[in-house]
Design a binder for this molecule. Structure first.
Ligand code: AMP
Length: 296
């Protein structure tokens, strides 16, 4: 694996079909599942690590975001990456950015409401990565379901010849969705963090029993949370999987999403709901402690 900082260097190393895995680093098994999927279907696997300041709405969250380039390089290499792309801010945009990308419609609800400007930051940088690295396929996690809808719409609307592949959420053994931010959750709040996934799984169970009303599914998730946790919840909503618009009944592929602040850390999670099969996709559970905590 080679580590590079410019688009030109990355393109020179890209032979045959190129699979791109965009990340903000501090890699965990969720990221590794994307790299492994890219490895299985691409000649060259490019992993980008860029803590994108444009997508942070709070300076303190940006400062506290965990970073470790050496650790990321070891993990990306062992998962099968060929190129580790580590651009600096100047390689990605001018300050302030001259050109931005706003996938406005898909960004209106949920994260768009609670993190103003977040998706403009995401779409601007993802668009730049797509243009500069020219991948054939790009791999994203369903953990960020609204982001996946933003990226799919961006690719379609701007006619990027790129296949966008969405992959299941990887979870810690207690159900908590893997996130680089999990290393910042205080021990005393760990049980509350895991309760978020139990809440959306309870809604998934009801969906699989036949409930299709978004209001009922949201109520099920909310009622399964302890009273003292509900004040940290920013939203629980059901949205269309394609355009992230809020739905009243699950008649098309949708996702039930939750966002909450636990122990000073903002966490998001979701389950996919498929009315055609009647099934919910809860993702996959790790059987052992995550590499985030120094194991494995
Ligand atoms: P991030 O580094 O958090 O910006 O995430 C980079 C990519 O990894 C995005 O496509 C995320 O959706 C994906 N990702 C993050 N966490 C998970 C997870 N627990 N399971 C699967 N994919 C994930």
């Amino acid at each position: 694996m080679r580590t590079v900082g410019t688009f030109e260097q990355a393109r020179e190393l890209s032979v045959g079909s190129v699979g791109l895995v965009p990340t903000m680093g501090y890699l965990h098994e969720g990221h590794l599942s994307l790299i492994e999927a890219a490895r299985a279907s691409s000649d060259t696997v490019v992993v980008s690590v860029f803590v994108n300041p444009l997508q942070f709405d709070q300076a303190q969250d940006l400062d506290a975001y965990p970073r470790s380039t050496d650790r990321d390089a070891d993990l990306a290499r062992s998962a099968g990456a060929d190129v580790l792309f580590l651009p600096d801010d100047a390689a990605m945009f001018s300050t302030p950015p001259r050109t931005t990308v706003d996938v406005s419609c898909v960004s209106e609800a949920m994260e768009g409401v609670h993190r103003p400007g977040h998706f403009v930051g995401v779409a601007t940088v993802v668009g730049k990565l797509f243009a500069g690295l020219q991948p054939d396929a790009a791999f994203f996690g369903r953990k960020d379901a609204q982001q996946l809808a933003v990226v799919t719409t961006l690719v379609s609307d701007l006619s990027f010849p790129i296949a966008v592949v969405g992959l299941p959420i990887v979870r810690e053994s207690d159900g908590l969705a893997l996130s680089s931010r999990n290393v910042r959750i205080p021990d005393r709040d760990r049980r509350s963090a895991a309760a978020l996934s139990r809440a959306i799984f309870a809604a998934a169970d009801r969906f699989e029993e036949g409930e299709r009303s978004a209001r009922e599914l949201v109520a099920t998730a909310r009622n399964s949370l302890d009273h003292d946790m509900t004040e940290g919840v920013e939203y629980i909503q059901v949205a269309n999987g394609d355009d992230a618009g809020i739905v009243e009944d699950v008649t098309v592929a949708s996702f039930l999403a939750i966002a909450a602040r636990i122990g000073g850390v903002r966490l998001i999670d979701n389950v996919f709901l498929d009315p055609d099969t009647g099934g919910a996709d809860r993702g996959v559970l790790l059987g052992k402690p995550s590499i985030l905590y120094g194991g494995g």
